[in-house]
Design a protein around this ligand. Structure first.
Ligand code: NAD
Ligand code: DAU
Length: 346
């Protein structure tokens, strides 16, 4: 029985990945999560009743804690998802993005390097460090074209720059120390348990309460949406079948302008489009992302969730799970003061 170490496993993608792995394998899963504003054990409620899950509350930037995690649990593979993830927060307050995304990834790499150096064959040959990153490292596209794995990095926000820095460190550890690393760059995810600061859950939960939805700029920015379960399937596949040292784009190919997505959300919920409140644009707002995923498809992956059905199910999930999001929106003081300042930016 192999052990998979998942950092950031109490967040949106992490908790979906934990459940995906527990449902489909006999692997033991060790979650390391600091439980920041974005992480909660409520996301792991079902998983925590599984004896194959171990939860460790720790900061990936804590050297001692990370050495202890490797020594205690001896993972066969690591998936690094722990990060500060919200672009707007990185614009208002970049420091935590440097601390977690760059320094934290560095500390985790050092712990993994020390651990892997002591592994004999065959464990050493099989060890994997899969670093989950974002398409935002590539910068922005105009009306045409796609980002490929060869597109030069040109990150525009402090969030994207911190992820790009981490990607470079991961790549360097593969090149210099032969740590068996993989990097994945994924497009916008949607699905259950996404913190209600991101476009889809924010707009859905506002609309349920007949609260206006703040659409940035002209609403014509385009994102490439992927259901979180399809992201989990890709990560799961690449841990087994990805080539060490390689980079893989993961994207849904579902390009949609924010205004059109907002109309779809409001129409599906039966709410009036007059709930849209145009607000000042995000500073440095990337215009369009879309990924060429031919490389990942050649490994045997393709997205399984059609966007229309996935979005409908996701809206249904938020409608049915107010117990999950309402306390976050009402009680989290960071979230409340943060959104008051956002709505003030007009
Ligand atoms: P999230 O914000 O929902 O969750 C992040 C998790 O990391 C939380 O549980 C948080 O507590 C934990 N965390 C933060 N700092 C930590 C630290 N110092 N030590 C340990 N744990 C810490 O994020 P998400 O949307 O699930 O994203 C997960 C990963 O996927 C991130 O690396 C992100 O950059 C990447 N990604 C996300 C998307 C997306 O659309 N959400 C797309 C591409 C890539
Ligand atoms: O592309 C992958 C990235 O997707 C991930 O790396 C990030 O972690 C994740 O947060 C996401 O970044 P975005 O900035 O694209 O997601 P967000 O949901 O914040 O915004 C999506 C689009 O909607 C973007 O063009 C900004 C716009 N937007 C967002 C919010 C929160 C609005 O118009 N109004 C809003 O209130």
């Amino acid at each position: 029985m192999a052990t998979l170490l998942i950092t950031g496993g109490a967040g949106f993608i992490g908790s979906n990945l934990v459940q995906h792995v527990l449902d489909r394998t006999a692997d033991r899963v060790v979650v390391v999560d600091k439980l920041t504003y974005a992480g909660t054990l409520l996301n792991l409620e079902r998983a925590l009743s599984d004896p194959s899950l171990v939860f460790v509350q720790a900061d990936i930037a804590d050297e001692r804690a990370m050495s202890a995690v490797f020594a205690d649990h001896r993972p066969a593979a690591v998936v690094n998802l722990a990060a500060e993830t919200h672009v707007d927060r990185s614009i208002d307050s970049p420091r935590p993005f440097i601390d977690t995304n760059i320094v934290g990834t560095f500390v985790l790499l050092e712990a993994a390097r020390a651990f892997a150096a002591r592994l004999g064959a065959p464990e050493g040959a099989a060890f994997r460090f899969l670093h989950v990153s974002t398409d935002e490292v590539y910068g922005t596209l105009g009306a045409d074209g796609l980002f490929s794995e060869e597109t030069p990095y040109a990150p525009n926000s402090p969030y994207a720059a911190s992820k790009a820095a981490a990607d470079h460190l991961v790549r360097a550890y593969g090149h210099t120390y032969q740590l068996p690393v993989l990097i994945t760059n994924c497009s916008n995810n949607y699905g259950p348990f996404q913190f209600p600061e991101k476009l889809i859950p924010l707009f859905v939960t506002n609309a349920i309460d007949d609260v206006p939805v703040p659409l940035y700029g002209d609403g014509q920015n385009v994102r490439d949406w992927l259901h979180v379960v399809d992201h989990c399937r890709a990560v799961d596949l690449l841990i087994d079948q990805g080539t060490n040292g390689d980079v893989y784009n993961i994207g849904g190919g579902n390009e949609i302008a924010n205004v059109d997505l907002t109309h779809q959300i409001l129409d599906t919920l039966g709410k009036p489009r007059s709930l849209i409140r145009p607000v000042a644009d995000r500073p440095g707002h990337d215009r369009r992302y879309c990924l060429d995923t031919a490389k990942l498809r050649s490994v045997g992956w393709s997205p399984q969730v059609a966007f229309a059905a996935g979005l409908r199910d996701t809206l249904e999930w938020y409608r049915a799970n107010e117990w999950w999001w309402r306390p976050i929106k009402e009680q989290d003081s960071d979230f409340k003061s943060y959104y008051q300042s956002q709505y003030g930016r007009q």
